[in-house]
Write a protein that binds this ligand. Structure first.
Ligand code: NAP
Length: 270
């Protein structure tokens, strides 16, 4: 496959720190939007070759365009993280395209409806668990098979503050995100002896299409309410979460595994 290997167009300047992912291959799910896109862009800026996986092929393609405009290397692939065969294919395609897998960011997720437990539709509840929890497990299942062979790797799973505290009318999301924290700890224990580190990030509310699609837009009552819940006095930005993901994925975090890292403007500290 080396003949088909994508070539870097140009990378200008950049400190040694900024290029710390040179020679590494990263896979990001949900990379067509929000935090996943910001992470794909930041990893590519740091020199990584990036596979941008998303349900939406259009979103993935846009991410590729954004990365290539900055001289980085990125390929898009379509995946539904609830499908084992599609997830296996995503990992295989990453290896076929770039020859290895060093970093995986399991970020794809959905918010789900807002409803109390008695009113929550069963199908919707199962769907949130399917995407946000089973999807992360499926991704790790195939990524870890690959990383185990190589004897190295770093995985970052995107949980949430709602993986550590509750929130009314979001029982499926809260349960799935708590599950991601536990899954991350178990995975870290299973694979730390094989040179693989696995952590989660636990962001507060971040300005992305995920919250916009729930009607949480600047100026709305819910937006104001949520801003008030963050001592920082604002919601977070996708690029801020990407910073933490990059650190956890980097060799700078060489002794960090099984951890759940808050990035929440102080939300959980209260
Ligand atoms: P986003 O902008 O909506 O991005 C999520 C991406 O995941 C979308 O591109 C979406 O594709 C994709 N996706 C959804 N279902 C998928 C599936 N079954 N298979 C593959 N891809 C799928 O949301 P975001 O805010 O960046 O969220 C990214 C992650 O951060 C999620 O896990 C979320 O729970 C977590 N998080 C977000 C916040 C926040 O406040 N925004 C806070 C804490 C944690 P489509 O657009 O095509 O559906």
């Amino acid at each position: 496959m080396s003949g088909d290997r994508p070539q870097r167009k140009h990378i200008e300047g950049g400190s040694e720190m900024a290029r710390e992912f040179e020679g590494k291959v990263a896979l990001v799910t949900g990379a067509g939007s929000g935090i996943g896109r910001a992470t794909a862009q930041a990893l590519a800026e740091g020199g990584a070759e990036v596979m941008a996986a998303d349900l939406s092929t259009e979103g993935g393609r846009e991410t590729v365009e954004l990365v290539e405009k900055e001289g980085g290397i990125c390929h898009a692939t379509a995946v539904d993280v609830t499908s084992a065969s599609q997830v296996e294919q995503m990992v295989n395609q990453t290896i076929e395209t770039f020859g290895r897998l060093d970093i995986a960011v399991n970020n794809a997720g959905i918010g789900g409806p807002s409803a109390t437990i008695a009113d929550y539709e069963e199908a919707a509840w199962r769907q949130v668990i399917d995407v946000n929890l089973i999807g992360v497990w499926l991704c790790m299942k195939y990524e870890l098979a690959q990383m185990s062979k190589a004897g190295s790797g770093a995985i970052v799973n995107n949980s949430s503050i709602l993986g550590l505290v509750g929130f009314p009318q979001a029982s499926a999301y809260v349960s799935a995100k708590h599950g991601v924290v536990g899954l991350t700890k178990s995975a870290a224990l299973e694979y730390s002896g094989q040179g693989i580190r696995i952590n989660s990030v636990n962001p507060g509310f971040i300005e992305t299409p995920l919250i916009e699609s729930a009607g949480i837009t600047p100026g709305s009552e819910m937006h104001e309410f949520l801003v008030g819940k963050h001592p920082a006095g604002r919601l977070g930005k996708p690029e801020e979460v990407a910073e933490l993901i990059l650190w956890l994925a980097s060799d700078r975090a060489s002794f960090v595994t099984g951890a759940a890292y808050l990035i929440d403007g102080g939300y959980v500290a209260q």
